[in-house]
Design a protein around this ligand. Structure first.
Ligand SMILES: [Zn+2]
Ligand SMILES: [Zn+2]
Length: 245
């Protein structure tokens, strides 16, 4: 099947009201995921340094959520904020082991992007943290980095590169040129990626058609998209478990 027509079975980046500026509950997100035929979602609330973000102990608190709700697997996670150019994040080491999937992102309310060298260093250092699986929207043109160095480090650390559907929406206007450059570099370096909605409302869950169309146009190899199937995502997660042993 043409890549543009495919819906990844797992959405690796979703928010609920717990993030402070998202508008749906987990139940609403799960219903939406189920209706769209998704097999799982990563629950990746914003870390505490984001204004009104989730508390730092959120990963522990998420252990109260069933692993599966109405046939949808809920992967405990967090979208941690990178808080400095050394790649430190706002989730304490004590809570990271509770996460099954961790995204690290630079968000302007927490850290205003620095020089290309500073941003690149922040991303590389974050990727060296074994708990971090991917970087949130690293193609953001407001946080310029050296894609080659970042993608190379992600590959070296067996991490994933995120393809964030929100980068094609009004929230990150003007992302297209850097997004195309980023995708082409990932493709050239044969990087494994995860395609994510970054949903802040239930209708957005699993809705990644625009970014899938772009990946299709740029002929991204489908076998490098780890969350296309539950099976390949689970395979990545077992790899992750061995990494953390
Ligand atoms: Zn983000
Ligand atoms: Zn997000």
């Amino acid at each position: 099947m043409n890549l543009a027509m495919r819906v990844p079975e797992i959405d690796t980046h979703t928010h609920t009201v717990v993030s402070g500026h998202a508008w749906s509950t987990l139940t609403e997100n799960v219903n939406s995921a189920r209706q769209k035929g998704l097999k799982g979602i990563c629950l990746t609330e914003h870390g505490p340094d984001m204004p009104q973000g989730a508390p730092g102990y959120t990963p522990l608190s998420q252990t109260m959520i069933p692993q599966e709700i109405d046939g949808v697997r809920i992967y405990r996670g967090i979208e941690a904020n990178i808080i400095d150019f050394d790649g430190c994040i706002d989730i304490h080491n004590e809570y990271l082991p509770y996460c099954e999937f961790v995204i690290a992102s630079i968000h302007r309310p927490v850290l205003v992007g620095g020089t290309i060298e500073q941003n690149t260093n922040a991303y590389i250092k974050a990727l060296q943290n074994p708990h971090i699986d991917t970087l949130g929207h690293p193609e953001d043109p407001k946080v310029v980095c050296d894609f080659e160095s970042v993608v190379k480090e992600a590959i070296k650390q067996n991490k994933l590169l995120e393809m964030n559907n929100n980068s094609l929406s009004a929230i990150r206007t003007g992302s297209m040129p850097s997004l195309i450059k980023y995708i082409n570099i990932c493709k050239q370096m044969q990087a494994r990626v995860c395609v994510a909605s970054d949903a802040h409302f239930y209708t957005m869950v699993g809705n990644v058609s625009p970014i899938m169309r772009l990946l299709d146009e740029l002929q991204y190899p489908p076998e490098l998209i780890v969350n296309l199937t539950l099976e390949s995502f689970e395979k990545y997660l077992s790899e992750r478990k061995s990494r953390l042993k």
